[in-house]
Design a protein around this ligand. Structure first.
Ligand SMILES: Cc1cc2nc3c(=O)[nH]c(=O)nc-3n(C[C@H](O)[C@H](O)[C@H](O)COP(=O)(O)OP(=O)(O)OC[C@H]3O[C@@H](n4cnc5c(N)ncnc54)[C@H](O)[C@@H]3O)c2cc1C
Length: 379
């Protein structure tokens, strides 16, 4: 067994780490305050090729293996989560359905623009009455001549306000349940698409989560991704990889929390000694380190398996549940170690505490992922 990362992946890690330290982390609080990433910073992220990490080279991206994508996400998670969320849809849920199910023409039209960061993608599955239970989708797509006509409302869509193309899941045959769901690439400029409410959230400021409304939205027939009825299958495939990279994000966040909390513990003096001398504090740091060690090995092992072409539905669900729950616990400990300061706005641990809470909800809640793991075990 060789656990060494290839030279080029180590170089990528170092480049992103420097970029995070020099360009992103210093503006974390500004982004938090203004709830937006400055255009110039997004342009620098594009120049570094961060929007095309997962998009194959033939379509203008870097076509990195999943292991390397995890490394990139881990590094980007050592700062405000909105930065990795900005590139996240283009490297995952916003582009992968096009890659898996799109015609050659559609791939050539959208993917190079996405890889360059000029076109942002979004993934629109969730609806007001259908989150965990996609069989309750109400958005419909009806074939009329050479166009599908889409009607419905999607909500909680990441990057939906800035996206130029949305992957939209809609019902083409209600009688078939999940097998009657189809996926479409819908451009923001197609007639009948509009952005509705922009949500006010607990955290993840700098990244917007929005409602998308489709009213007799006309989509050319060739923008169907895969065949009719394959939408759910495509979505699940996309989500397996997404869950692995999410575990890598949780890992990066825990490592940052360990660094911040260790520094605080070494410098904060109570009763004549730094609090780091107290076992109560040490054990919180130790538990964070244990979880980081376990997540690192499990996540990169699962990513390696996916790179070998193995099916990792169970492993991806396992690492996402484990890593995101551990990250929430780590954020709680980090706030505790920082005492009252940890509860104050402007303290990084306070931001992590709010931002990490989301990770147990999107791309499959912990409960739904446990159902998936059980199904895989019992099948
Ligand atoms: C900030 C943010 C960004 C998001 N981005 C996107 C996006 O880009 N695209 C997109 O399509 N969606 C997105 N979502 C939606 C997200 O994926 C859903 O919120 C999530 O899947 C849960 O669905 P729900 O909110 O409808 O909760 P529900 O499905 O109503 O679930 C409510 C609770 O019940 C639990 N539950 C449900 N069914 C069961 C069961 N059978 N057994 C046990 N427990 C159960 C759930 O785990 C959860 O705890 C985003 C959400 C947020 C908050």
């Amino acid at each position: 067994m060789d656990f060494t990362l290839p030279e080029e992946v180590l170089a990528l890690r170092d480049t992103i780490r420097r970029f995070v330290e020099r360009e992103l982390d210093p503006i974390s609080e500004q982004v938090e305050e203004e709830d937006r990433i400055p255009d110039g910073v997004a342009a620098k992220m594009a120049d570094m090729g961060l929007f095309g990490l997962a998009i194959p080279e033939e379509y203008g991206g870097q076509g990195l293996p999943v292991v390397a994508q995890c490394v990139a996400n881990e590094e980007l998670s050592r700062t405000n989560a909105c930065f990795r969320t900005r590139i996240g849809t283009n490297n995952g849920i916003g582009s992968m359905a096009i890659l898996i199910g799109g015609s050659e023409e559609l791939k050539r039209k959208y993917l190079p623009e996405m890889a360059a960061g000029r076109l942002i993608g979004s993934f629109a599955l969730t609806e007001p009455n259908a989150g965990s239970d996609a069989s309750r989708l109400q958005t419909t797509a009806e074939l009329k001549g050479d166009k599908y006509v889409i009607n419905g409302v999607k909500h909680f869509i990441t990057n939906g306000d800035i996206a130029g193309v949305h992957t939209v899941m809609a019902i083409t045959d209600k009688s078939k349940g999940p097998k009657g769901i189809s996926a479409f690439a819908v451009e923001k400029g197609f007639p009948g698409v509009s952005v509705g409410t922009i949500e006010k959230k607990m955290g993840l400021r700098g990244s917007h989560t929005v409602e998308l409304v489709f009213e007799d939205c006309e989509v050319p027939r060739e923008n169907l991704l895969g065949r009719e009825g394959e939408g759910f299958k495509i979505a699940m495939k996309v989500l397996d990889k997404g869950r692995l990279t999410m575990a890598a994000c949780a890992l990066g966040a825990i490592e940052k929390l360990i660094a911040l909390s260790t520094e605080q513990a070494k410098t904060r003096v109570t009763f004549g000694e730094p609090i780091a001398k107290r076992q109560a504090i040490q054990w919180m740091l130790v538990d964070m380190a244990i979880s980081a060690y376990a997540i690192r090995h499990a996540t990169y092992h699962a990513a390696w398996k996916l790179d070998r072409g193995e099916r990792v539905t169970k492993e991806a669900a396992m690492v996402k549940v484990f890593a995101t729950e551990a990250a929430n616990k780590a954020a709680d400990s980090a706030v505790q170690i920082h005492g009252g300061m940890g509860y104050m706005k402007g303290t990084a641990v306070e931001r992590y505490y709010r931002d990490l809470r989301l990770m147990r909800i999107y791309e499959g809640t912990s409960e739904i992922l446990r159902m998936i793991i059980a199904r895989e075990m019992i099948a």
